[in-house]
Design a protein. Sequence first.
Length: 333
Amino acid sequence: MRQITVTEHLLLHQKKSPAATGTFTHLLNDLILAAKLINRSVNKAGLLDILGGTGEMNVQGEAVQKLDDYANRALIHRMERSGALCALASEENADFIPVPQKFTRGDYILIFDPLDGSSNIDVNINVGTIFSILRRKSPSDQDVSYDDILQPGVEQVAAGYFLYGPSTMLVYTTGLGVHGFTLDPTVGEFLLSHPNMRIKERGKYYSINEGNHHYWDESTQKAVGYFKGKDNGLGAPYSLRYVGSLVADFHRTLLYGGIFMYPMDYKQPDKPRGKLRLMCEASPLAFVAEQAGGAASDGRRRILEIEPQALHERVPLFIGSKEDVASAIGYYR
Ligand code: AHM
Ligand code: MG
């Protein structure tokens, strides 16, 4: 059997993509190295003193886990030295980070959620790293500004995620389909295991935090009621699956079909909001979903067309099989 590495795959299958340059390949390989380091720590989490919180809160007002902090530092350290980037932006940092002048700078921008689902770390449940790669808009000799960072998802050059689970996977797209690689720990390489991933037009699973039912508006209650309803016209009620790690819930949705929803809610009545972040969570996964034949919406707009107003902007998310997403967002018209 022929084993295809990520670099080989980029050279062989992504030739037509503007992302298939030497610099981009280098960027992706540095990202892979950072992910392997994070994977190593996640794997040993129970053995080292890296479980639990740091005692600090992040810019989102959420408790920072020690592994969140490690993953964030590993990514920043590795990626600012890659020579391919001019700036990075992380879920854990309030502002974007321009690549310091002492390092070689490139034209790409990396936006990431270093350890998605980190509230699940202490109980040994899948977590992941989500990434989005953009190209700067301004000339290379100028300082990077928020105009370079706040680009809608349609401008992404590449996006994807690493899933640290029973096996460790990389799933990514450069706009030429979605491809999945599994880490072979014996040789330390990600090898092509899921070429050309496609998501079913309709699935059998819905995924949402049902504990928020009382905080939802009527449209959301009806949308969720549709999937679990006996007389929904879908043949049978959908089964519920909810890990609470977006990467894991999305990965299952990609492979089995169905829908993942994190709608707007009224948990804080004066501040109705979605929970997930547009730039480092929703947009990259929306790019993957669409490239696999699925869809992603905030209920009214295609996620990829939303013009971000702020780096940490939150957005409601309906993502997965095309027909399931269409059914859900039909309740928001
Ligand atoms: P995180 O990036 O800080 O881990 O937060 C995002 C996570 C997602 O992985 C997951 O889908 C969601 O929060 C779960 O939220 P809830 O506990 O409200 O259901
Ligand atoms: Mg997250």
